[in-house]
Design a protein. Structure first.
Length: 275
């Protein structure tokens, strides 16, 4: 039975409920999620607890109109797809494992969606996502001016090769289904720097600490450093659609201070690298 809570996810991404769980519906939902839901780790920057309980996920992404990190976004999208009738497995992922090794396992997750007698790789939890779901078959897959490739490494592990301009060179994933609870501890241990990403209207908008990058699919890039808390607030709200009331009475200024330290460290490392 359809629940109002799940329908809040559909309203969030501006999609009517599909009539059936088929491939056009999967593509449409995936593309709409990319356009409306940012990848962001604001809660971890503010020291807030991440939960992967179904009600909390639907509340955050649906009613509260937030984004989230990979573990949250893929889990929330899995809830939506399952409610529509898709067969969905949440699986382990490893970003850039070919470079950094097996320690990367557990730092990401992805979805395998069974649809019309074929399995599809779906991942709405990447800051730089695939433009469409990929069929789980070895081969090369052009998406517009980008090209991706899938390679089977062994019976359980696959590697998705990214296009040359992507943030990651590849993402590995296993095919064994895992429960949401497997990723709670890792979700709460990942802080790093502030990241907010959104793909919309042919642009990739990315906020890293206090630096905003706007990248066209043709490769053009505009970079701007935010210089005031007011500009920071406008960018979060107007560019990425982050509801400022979600940050709390002091959250915006806390986030501004946190990103100031991050930006200073980045500048120091950049100067060292150039000297």
């Amino acid at each position: 039975m359809t629940t109002p809570d799940i329908d809040s996810l559909l309203r969030r991404i501006g999609c009517p409920r599909p009539l059936q769980p088929d491939i056009p519906a999967l593509r449409g939902l995936y593309r709409a999620w990319q356009r409306h839901v940012p990848y962001e780790n604001i809660d971890t920057q503010l020291g807030r607890l991440i939960t992967l309980e179904a009600g909390d996920l639907i509340g955050k992404f649906g009613r509260r109109r937030r984004g989230g990190q990979c573990f949250e976004a893929n889990a929330a999208f899995a809830l939506l797809l399952r409610d529509i009738g898709f067969e969905v497995a949440l699986v382990d992922g490893a970003a850039d494992r070919e470079t950094y090794g097996d320690e990367r396992w557990g730092g990401h997750n992805a979805l395998l969606v069974r649809c019309q007698d074929e399995t599809w790789l779906v991942d709405v939890g990447l800051a730089d996502p695939f433009l469409d779901p990929l069929p789980l078959r070895e081969g090369r897959y052009p998406h517009g001016e980008f090209e991706y490739a899938l390679e089977r490494l062994d019976g359980e592990v696959w590697r998705a090769h990214r296009h040359p301009a992507a943030l990651l060179s590849s993402v590995d994933f296993r095919t064994v289904a895992r429960p949401f609870s497997r990723y709670v501890a890792r979700a709460n241990s990942q802080r790093g720097q502030l990241m907010v990403h959104l793909h919309k209207d042919g642009y990739k908008q990315a906020l890293r600490s206090r630096t905003v990058r706007r990248v066209t699919r043709a490769g053009g890039t505009h970079i701007h450093t935010l210089t005031s808390v007011d500009e920071f607030a406008r960018t979060l709200a107007e560019v990425f659609g982050v509801p400022l009331d979600e940050l709390g009475s002091s959250g915006l200024h806390t986030l501004w201070d946190v990103t100031g330290d991050q930006h200073a460290r980045w500048l120091t490392n950049r100067i060292k690298a150039c000297s």
